[in-house]
Design a binder for this molecule. Sequence first.
Ligand SMILES: [Zn+2]
Ligand SMILES: [Zn+2]
Ligand SMILES: [Zn+2]
Length: 173
Amino acid sequence: MAKRDHEFEEEKEIFREHIQKAGLRRTAQRDLILDIFLRTEEHLTSEDLYFLVHREDPSVGHTTVYRTLKLLTEAGLAREVRFGDNKTYYEHHFKHEHHDHMICTECGKVLEFFSPQIEDLQDQMADKFGFRPTHHSLRLWGVCAECQTAHMDSPTAPSGAQPRVKVRTNVSA
Ligand SMILES: [Zn+2]
Ligand SMILES: [Zn+2]
Ligand SMILES: [Zn+2]
């Protein structure tokens, strides 16, 4: 469900403060980019976000979108995530619970999951090595349930090979 605009007041305030600290001006374009980012519950590349922003205001350039995404990341509103296709995706970070990802190498679907057991095991492993983890990103590549049913006889990549990934989002850039 799309949230009402006023529900993003806290996020907008955080962004305003960050912009100010960075010595930048608040602009209508940056506000629009933030707004569209907050309204889109997706894993987005800067190209995807540019496509969405451009639909509402064709005067916004790609560089502005890219720089604003960097600002959103610095401000803790967005986080970067990679799925193995050499692209950087951004997802909501503020007030979003930690989760990990499964990426379908057939259709590019990205599934989110969270397992307290896996999280505990990771901490235990880190402890064992005297390692102090600051963050992690657990990603599983494979074939989703739908794709398994769709092509039962599709060949699997040789083990050790880098999976070919073509991530699919609902944004058609
Ligand atoms: Zn995790
Ligand atoms: Zn799939
Ligand atoms: Zn995610």
